[in-house]
Structures are given as C-alpha cells and as structure tokens.
Design a protein around this ligand. Structure first.
Ligand code: AMP
Length: 215
C-alpha cells in the first residue's frame, strides 16, 4: 500500500496514519517529524528548516523533496504512508516523478476534512512528549492532561508552532498552498477519498478503513 494522507493542521493525519501504518505493517513518514528531529539535532537541514517552521511557513519544496527521497529509499520495496507531504502541487509532481522512477504509483490519497474551529480546538489541545514524541490531546481526551508521558515518563509540551498566532498562519498557508492539491489529486488517476474527520479518533479510523484496508 502506498498512501498519502492530506488535510489541514490538527485534522488527525498523524494519529490516523500511525494506526493505519501499524495495521498494514508499513512505515509512516511524516515530513514534519523528520524536520523537527533535524531541528532538535541542530543539523544544517534543521537550521534551515527552523526559520520557516517557527513562522508557520512551508520549508522550500526542493529541501523537502530531497528529504523525502532519502526517507523513502527504494519505495518499490515497501509500502508507505506519507503524512504532511506533499503540501504543494510542486511536491506532488516531485513525488509522482520519484515513484515513476521506480515504476510504481500511489494506491490512494486520503483527504481528512474538519471545520476550521475544530482544527483550532484540536491544535490548542495537542501535547507532545519531548522524549519519545508521543502525541496527546487534552481537547479530545481530558484524561491526557497529565504532565508526563504515559509511555516513557517524558515531559509533555505544547509544540512551539501550535501557538495561536502561528496556527492561524499555518491554516492560511494550508488554504493557499496545500488545498489546491485536493483538486489536483481529484483530477488525477490516483484513487482519491474524502473523509469526514469529525467525532472520536475511533470514529474517523472506522471511516478510513471503509475505503482503504490492507488486512
Ligand atoms: P507538521 O508537523 O506536518 O504540521 O509540519 C510542521 C511544519 O514543518 C510545517 O508548518 C512546515 O513548516 C514544515 N513542513 C512539514 N512538512 C512540510 C512539507 N511537506 N513542505 C513544506 N514544509 C513542511
């Protein structure tokens, strides 16, 4: 299975992508996670990306495409789930070219949709473990409001770019640069599925499995 999950910040791409990746036994690549790790490790990539991420802007296409090429390695060998990539039409074209080099195509593009007010609420409630990266959401699950990670005991923090002003910019960038991809994929031969991403995590996951399931 080669799947792209599209949607605005906070819609649940990471959460749903993790579940699906585990069920399908395939890796999930999230460009945001890869970039945040580069920032934490203060690599040249991280130093370049941080300037954009702090403002809620997109990291340049060429940088992200290189990173995805490295992450995927030989994509023909395994399936994969991409979360947070592509984010522009240029990136989608780059991905298509990369897959074509290996003679393969995407099996599905899943678009998760939720109203903007709900996205803002979810982003405001997101807490991330500084040690292992586990994600919690106090808006969806008030019992996750503890200060330490249930999995590793690490400290839980709000992502810097989840601060309200930056989120407004990320949503604007999404509308301007990423939303045009929906039409682009809808016009492409790749199977394109639009899913309502409201309700509980389980509700959304059930909806997702009605359109794509690897078991
Ligand atoms: P995310 O974790 O997907 O919300 O991404 C966090 C930030 O990383 C974004 O606001 C961008 O600055 C950057 N980023 C992640 N993925 C991409 C991408 N595909 N293209 C450009 N920038 C990205």
């Amino acid at each position: 299975m080669r799947i792209v999950i599209l949607g605005a910040p906070g819609v649940g791409k990471g959460t749903q992508g993790d579940r699906l990746a585990e069920r399908c036994g395939i890796p999930k690549f999230a460009t945001g996670d890869i970039l945040r790790e580069a920032v934490r490790n203060d690599t040249p990539l991280g130093r370049e990306a941080k300037r954009y991420m702090d403002e809620g802007e997109l990291v340049p296409d060429a940088v992200v495409l290189d990173l995805v090429r490295d992450a995927l390695g030989s994509p023909s060998a395994h399936g994969f789930i991409l979360d947070g990539f592509p984010r522009t039409v240029t990136q989608a074209e780059g991905l298509q070219a990369l897959l074509a080099e290996h003679g393969i195509e995407l099996n599905a593009v899943l678009y998760l949709d939720a109203p903007e007010q709900e996205l803002i609420r979810r982003v405001a409630g997101r807490r991330v473990c500084v040690a292992c990266g586990a994600v919690y959401n106090v808006s969806l699950d008030p019992s996750a409001a503890g200060e330490v990670c249930e999995q590793c005991g690490g400290r839980l923090e709000t992502r810097e770019d989840d601060e309200a002003g930056t989120v407004r910019n990320r949503l604007r960038v999404y509308r301007e640069s990423t939303a045009p991809l929906l039409q682009w994929y809808a016009n492409s031969p790749t199977p394109f599925y639009e899913l309502e991403a409201v309700g509980s995590v389980d509700d959304v996951y059930r909806r997702l499995l009605t359109v794509v399931d690897c078991s």
